[in-house]
Design a binder for this molecule. Structure first.
Ligand code: FES
Length: 106
C-alpha cells in the first residue's frame, strides 16, 4: 500500500509526522496516531469534531469543501478561511507533506 507523510500540529504546538496510507481519510490517520481528535461521527460529515486548519500553502492543492462540509463547519468553533473537516480530505500522493493543525474542540 502506498503511503505518504502528513504533518499534524497538536494543541501544544508540537508537530507530528505521521505515515498515512493513500486513500484513507486524514481524520482516520490522525485518530489512529493517538492524537486528540474526537471525530464523533466516524467520518460521516455530521459532527465537525474533526476540524483542522490546513496550512495556507496547501489550501490550493486540496479539493474545496462540498456544501455539506460547509454546513457542518458553520457549527464548528473558531472557524477560519483554512478550516476543513479532516474526514473529508482523502489522502492522495499529491498530498505528500500536507500540513494541518488541530482546531479546538468543544
Ligand atoms: S468525523 Fe464527524 S464530521 Fe468529520
Amino acid at each position: 500500500m502506498d503511503t505518504i507523510t502528513v504533518k499534524v500540529t497538536d494543541f501544544e504546538g508540537a508537530q507530528h509526522a505521521i505515515e498515512a496510507p493513500v486513500g484513507w481519510r486524514l481524520m482516520e490517520v490522525i485518530r489512529d496516531s493517538g492524537l486528540s481528535i474526537k471525530a464523533e461521527c466516524g467520518g460521516a460529515c455530521a459532527c465537525a469534531t474533526c476540524h483542522v486548519y490546513v496550512a495556507p500553502d496547501w489550501l490550493p492543492r486540496i479539493i474545496p469543501p462540498a456544501p455539506d462540509e460547509m454546513l457542518m463547519l458553520d457549527d464548528a468553533m473558531e472557524v477560519h478561511e483554512n478550516s476543513r473537516l479532516s474526514c473529508q480530505i482523502i489522502l492522495s500522493p499529491a498530498l505528500e507533506g500536507l500540513e494541518v493543525t488541530l482546531a479546538p474542540n468543544p
